[in-house]
Design a protein around this ligand. Structure first.
Ligand SMILES: [Zn+2]
Length: 221
């Protein structure tokens, strides 16, 4: 089985959503300084880079990241490419047969924005009708290729409420460059499983500059 890494590296070129804490990796120990190991402290938003939104992101009494069903997070995912230049609508998705799908990753022009440290508020989000359509089709996981599934600053955040309210898992911050997977396959990034209890989001992967023994400080929200 060929594995394709669709996560973005957590490095200094990572844009952060306005108002969210930017990534900060502070060296605590360094072999080069005579320390016994390399250790860093990582400070970042729980919604930095490639991450999962838990229902608690928008519902105080709903489950946090630890309550997400792992079977939905693992398995075959369908990638659909949408040429929308504004928010994705139900009509944009109707031309795909999603009847057998559980997980849908939506590729847009957003995937070309990564690598630019500036945040692009004109990113393509999933509009309300599209969110409703995905829930009606029984989709259990939706992945998008920029930092929010919601079109920028949509009043009331209907897309988040529809998807998370229906128990649909949202992955944000993917880079869906499936036509050129070689750059995202077989590298030596270390995997970091995280389980931030009672938090609204969790890191799915990161790109360390040193050892595995990072401390995590997460600004929960
Ligand atoms: Zn998020």
């Amino acid at each position: 089985m060929k594995l394709i890494d669709l996560s973005v590296p957590l490095d200094q070129r990572l844009p952060s959503y306005p108002g969210n804490a930017p990534l900060d990796l502070e060296p605590v120990k360094r072999l080069a300084r005579g320390d016994s190991s390399n250790v860093s402290t990582l400070r970042m938003s729980a919604h930095a880079g490639t991450h999962v939104d838990a229902p608690r992101h928008f519902f105080d009494d709903a489950g946090g990241i630890e309550a997400l069903p792992l079977d939905v997070l693992c398995g075959r995912a369908r990638v659909v490419e949408v040429a929308a230049t504004e928010a994705i609508t139900a009509d944009d998705l109707r031309r795909f047969n999603l009847s057998d799908e559980v997980r849908v990753l939506i590729k847009t022009s957003n995937s070309q924005l990564w690598g630019d440290p500036a945040f692009h508020k004109e990113y393509i989000g999933v509009g309300e009708s599209a969110a409703q359509y995905l829930v009606e089709r029984g989709i259990k996981l939706v992945g998008v290729d920029y930092l929010s599934v919601e079109p920028f600053k949509t009043p009331g955040a209907p897309t988040h409420h529809i998807l998370l309210g229906a128990g649909t898992i949202v992955i944000e911050g993917l880079t869906v460059r499936v036509e050129n997977p070689s750059g995202f396959f077989g590298d030596n990034r270390q995997r970091l499983e995280s389980n931030f209890k009672a938090n609204s989001g969790g890191v799915t992967r990161r790109n360390p500059d040193d050892g595995l023994h990072e401390e995590l400080t997460v600004n929960g929200d």
